[in-house]
Design a protein around this ligand. Structure first.
Ligand code: NAD
Length: 331
């Protein structure tokens, strides 16, 4: 029996979490879920979006499954995602994007994995107003964080039989920050001569991903570029409803979909639970539950291939829970 922290989150979070929990239980993995409220609901209930016991629970259990959390835009409380990643030092954000049979997309053979640095860079939100009419954001890139994310990307490639790592940057313009990231990536690449290495400037990478996504394999990038490219890659393979993710550190791992809380669909059981179910599949593999993970993935692929019990975003009209129950029936 595993004890795992569960953060259902806001908006569509609770309903897709309920669907994913049911699928995991049906795969035969016994889990005692330690459930905590975060985000908007926690803010309303206890005055903070990330109560201390949430961090303590993840530290203790070492693994969490997390739904999306609403973050107010511009003003209001700061992102709990950024806080979780920083406080638990979840430095590697893994976001696979691959085409599945049955999902209609413009592309057929996409299979990329974005390895995004998760703790620093422009996305860290280290910023302040300078008087009333100017604002400053501080982009910090360190050798330590660049080294460990690049090494993580190459190790991931090695373990998963991948052939190439592409480092993404804007070192032609940001010669210090992205320049450091790129030079570290080049150094680490030399330790892995069996894996092909190349680099791309972020703007060119976006063009390449839209024109020839099948040319890419593992992509390693600083925080903000990784964030943007992962939505782009989700778009290549059928949308945010099918894009899973994992935040990995030395001490803990938090598994969550790429998408947000989609507030306009909340409470309608309309949202696609696939991204969260695939995040749970990544979690089961992390726990060593390979057989259960494969059972869920095979059943999901069967449901996608049939294309009947799928949600609106995949061209169907099934409710999220109905899709989950059809996956369970296929197992
Ligand atoms: P979003 O991902 O919530 O939604 C964008 C659109 O994508 C939705 O309107 C919907 O059309 C589609 N979509 C997303 N998930 C889907 C699913 N499971 N099934 C079907 N369609 C789906 O992005 P947003 O509207 O920019 O952000 C909404 C809120 O979510 C914001 O408060 C934002 O800060 C937050 N957010 C949280 C996370 C996270 O917790 N990891 C990530 C991104 C955004």
């Amino acid at each position: 029996m595993y004890t795992i922290t569960l953060l259902p989150g806001d908006g569509i979070g609770p309903e897709i979490t309920a669907a994913a929990k049911k699928v995991i239980a049906a795969a035969g993995v016994p889990i005692n879920w330690e459930e905590h409220v975060v985000g908007e609901q926690a803010m309303a209930a206890v005055g903070t979006p990330l109560p201390e016991e949430v961090i303590a629970s993840i530290r203790k259990n070492k693994v969490a499954l997390k739904g999306p959390v609403t973050t107010p835009i511009g003003t209001g409380f700061r992102s709990i995602n950024v806080a979780l990643r920083k406080q638990l030092d979840l430095y590697a954000n893994i976001r696979p994007a691959r085409t599945y049979p049955g999902i209609k997309t413009r592309y057929q053979q996409v299979d990329v994995v974005i390895v995004r640095e998760n703790t620093e860079g422009l996305y860290a939100g280290v910023e302040h107003m300078v008087g009333e009419d100017a604002a400053e954001s501080i982009k910090i890139i360190t050798r330590k964080a660049s080294e460990r994310i690049c090494r993580f990307a190459f190790n991931y490639a090695q373990k998963n039989n991948r052939r190439k790592v592409t480092a993404v940057h804007k070192a032609n313009i940001m010669k210090c920050t992205d320049g450091l990231f790129l030079s570290v990536a080049r150094e680490i690449a030399q330790e892995y001569p069996e894996i092909e290495f190349e680099d791309r400037i972020i703007d060119n990478m976006c063009l390449q991903l839209v024109q020839k996504p099948e040319n890419y394999d593992v992509i390693v990038a600083p925080n903000l570029y990784g964030d943007i490219m992962s939505d782009l890659c989700a778009g290549l393979v059928g949308g945010l409803g099918v894009a899973p993710g994992a935040n990995i550190g030395e001490e803990a791992a938090v598994f969550e979909p790429v998408h947000g809380s989609a507030p306009k669909y909340a409470g309608q059981d309309k949202a696609n639970p696939t991204a969260l179910i695939l995040s749970a599949v990544m979690m089961l593999r992390h726990l060593g539950e390979q057989a259960a993970a494969q059972r869920i993935e095979n059943a999901l692929v069967a449901v996608l291939t049939e294309g009947r019990a799928v949600t609106y975003d995949l061209g169907g009209s099934a409710k999220g829970m109905e899709m989950a129950e059809t996956i369970i029936a296929k197992m």
